[in-house]
Structure formats: C-alpha cells, structure tokens
Design a protein around this ligand. Structure first.
Ligand code: ATP
Length: 253
C-alpha cells in the first residue's frame, strides 16, 4: 500500500534571517502521486520544495521550526547524511542545466560519483533511464555527443533522466516547464504522469492548467501559509477557501 504520509510536513516554519517565509505548514504528501504547489510569486513554494531535500541548509542565517519526515524519519535527525538524503530525493530545476558532457555521461553522472563504473551496468542504466524519461528513441544514436546539441525540451528530459538515474524515491521539480514551449511542456507533463508509477513527485508550478493536468493533489500557498490542500479536482472545481478561488480564477497572481 502506498504510504499516505510519505513526506510528512509537521508544523514547519522557515526563516531567511529575520524574514519568516513559511508559517506552520502541515501537509502529508502521499507516495507515488503527483503533488503540485501553487500560489503567487514569493509565497514560499520553492522554499518549501527545497526544504524537502535540505537544499536551503547552505544559505547563511536560515532557521526552521517543526519537522519534515521522509517515510517516517526526520530529515533533521542527526544521523541523516545530506549526501544520502540527496540520493533519495532527486531535483529538477526551472532552467534545464545539463553538464558540459555527453548525453551518456550526464545520465550516469551520479553513478560515477558513487564509484560505479562498470560499463555494462552503466549501459543498462542509460537505456532504462532514457526510456523512462521518454528520450531514448530520440537520442539512442548520439549518446556520445554533447548534451548541448539537444533542444530545450530534450535537455530538460535529460535533466530528469539524470535526476532519476540513481533511482531516488522522490522527485522534486521546481517549475520544470517554465523555460519550454507549449509542445515541450506537454511532453514533460506526459512524462510526469508516467513517472509517478515509480516516484513520488512534488512540482512547483505557476501554470494552473499544468497543475490541473498533471497533479493528483494541489496545495495552495499564500504569504507562507498553506491555505488549502486537497485532491486537485476538488481544489480547482470546488475550492473551500475564497482566496484559493480568487487565485485559480486569475483574480490575483
Ligand atoms: N536565498 C534567499 N534569501 C533570502 N530570502 C529569500 C531567499 N530565497 C527566497 N527568499 C524569499 O523568501 C520568500 C519566498 O520565496 P520563494 O522563492 O520560496 O517563493 P515562490 O513562491 O517560489 O516564488 P516564485 O513563484 O516567484 O518562484 C520571498 O519573499 C523571497 O524573496
């Protein structure tokens, strides 16, 4: 049975120095579903997402209260090593950012870092991962050419492949289609729907249609508070809160 509170966010608040930007967020994110974080610019979506793999830790002066648990275990447990956490939680960013390497070497990057260099294993991972990222057919004849030779949408799918090559449990996506055209966007949305068979996905998006097309649950944040969190259909069709209704109907952005 997939776990309903695979990522359990428990009364979580977060500050950059004196600026408190998340206020007592409570949210259970289920396993192998797509959960979208929506809300106006600056409401704290990326901050919340980046806390799910402790990416904000390196910023000076940050503080948190409350807890985030992955599969029952606190991210802040002193025994949790951030490096092993990042293996469990992959991340894809707004601007596709392949490394200046070949397509093949981008996919196997995290395996090489972990000292896994056996050619036959790497070949298998490359094919399986590129198939999962819906890119194999387009690149199988040019695996050893530069990743920069791909289109923007292909480069983003390659970044998704790189993020999932080491089989994380969770995939965090921060506006993954923001730099893509509508056709490439739809391909990534198809891919997100396929990938939830294997991964728990959390996506930040400004695009309401995208949230309604590809997420199972939607959380609406406003000024660092979680205003509403429910099944996506419910949030879009019969929101409980006036502020959610106003936002999704475009009365403010
Ligand atoms: N590194 C940082 N240092 C200080 N303040 C930050 C930092 N990153 C974000 N903030 C502030 O935290 C608040 C929340 O920002 P965040 O990027 O999480 O919001 P967002 O909802 O993802 O916004 P957007 O949709 O514009 O990307 C904003 O007021 C922002 O200015």
């Amino acid at each position: 049975m997939p776990r309903k509170d695979f990522i359990a966010i428990d009364n979580f608040s977060f500050s950059y120095g004196a600026a408190k930007v998340l206020h007592g967020i409570n949210m259970d994110i289920p396993e192998k579903q797509v959960t979208a974080l929506i809300g106006p610019s600056g409401c704290g979506k990326s901050t919340l997402l980046r806390n799910m793999n402790r990416m904000n830790d390196l910023i000076e002066g940050v503080q948190h209260e409350g807890d985030i648990r992955l599969d029952g275990k606190s991210l802040y447990d002193p025994n949790v090593e951030v490096i092993s956490l990042r293996k469990r939680v992959g991340m894809v960013f707004q601007k596709y950012n392949p490394f200046a390497k070949t397509i093949y070497e981008n996919v196997v990057f995290s395996l090489r870092v972990a000292g896994r260099n056996k050619r036959s294993e790497l070949d298998d991972v490359v094919e399986r991962t590129l198939r999962s990222a819906a890119l194999w057919d387009e690149v199988k004849d040019r695996l050893h050419t530069s990743a920069f030779g791909l289109s923007g949408g292909q480069q983003q799918r390659l970044c998704i492949a790189r993020a999932i090559a080491n089989q994380p449990e969770i995939l965090l996506m921060d506006e993954p289609c923001a730099a893509l055209d509508p056709t490439a966007t739809l391909r990534i949305e198809d891919l997100i729907r396929d990938l939830k068979e294997q991964f728990t996905i959390v996506i930040v998006t400004h695009n309401m249609e995208q949230a309604s097309r590809c997420s199972d649950l939607t959380a609406f944040l406003y000024m660092g508070e979680l205003v509403e969190y429910d099944r996506t259909l419910k949030v879009f069709e019969t929101p409980k809160e006036e502020r959610t209704e106003a936002y999704i109907s475009g009365r403010f952005s």
